[in-house]
Write a protein that binds this ligand. Structure first.
Ligand code: ZN
Length: 189
């Protein structure tokens, strides 16, 4: 089993038009060893995301020029930034905003006033502390053929290169023995 190492200093991009909020978060993230990049609106956030390639983005919603939703949308349309996890904070805490954010693939949605910066930091940190393992999978064992059929997988072979896929297991909750499993081509990833 191979464990992915996370030794590099993580870079967080903070996007909010409120300089006080940005400073508060920047101080906390820096004191916890993060590299911090700041942007005052969605447009600047998009530019900095592309230029700086942060490991994670924490953005507000309502901002001049480009709001948080449009920022997330633009990030998703760019191959360079599509995989950067985005966390969002809302001043209004509207349920429809939360649902929209989640539907767009936002990792977490916070309501300002209901959370502390420390709490956000812990959520961000949790994104990087996930334990992933790459395991060889026996494509003929037990229920494997049925699993392949149910997943509409071509006998666990890659659609592009026909290589046998491997199983990537990620621990979600150690105490509940909860895992997330994906089948990935070792060549194409
Ligand atoms: Zn492949």
């Amino acid at each position: 089993m191979e464990e992915i190492k996370n030794d590099k200093k993580k870079k967080v991009l903070l996007v909010d038009d409120d300089a006080t909020i940005r400073t508060t978060y920047a101080d906390i993230f820096r004191s916890e060893g993060f590299e911090v990049v700041e942007a005052g609106d969605g447009m600047e956030g998009l530019d900095k995301a592309i230029a700086e390639m942060p490991d994670v983005i924490f953005t507000g919603i309502i901002m001049p020029k480009m709001d948080g939703f449009d920022l997330k949308d633009a990030l998703a349309k760019n191959v360079a930034t599509v995989n950067i996890p985005v966390l969002m904070s809302s001043h209004m805490g509207r349920e429809e905003d939360r649902q929209k954010a989640m539907a767009m693939g936002v990792k977490d949605f916070f309501v300002v006033g209901m959370i502390t910066p420390r709490h956000v930091l812990e959520k961000v940190r949790a994104l990087f502390s996930s334990k992933k393992y790459h395991l060889k999978f026996d494509a003929l064992a037990l229920d494997a053929p049925k699993l392949a059929a149910d997943f509409h997988l071509n006998e666990f072979r890659c659609e592009k290169c026909n290589e046998l896929k491997i199983m990537v297991v990620e621990i979600m909750d150690v105490n509940k023995e909860e895992f997330k499993t994906q089948f990935v081509c070792p060549e194409c990833k």
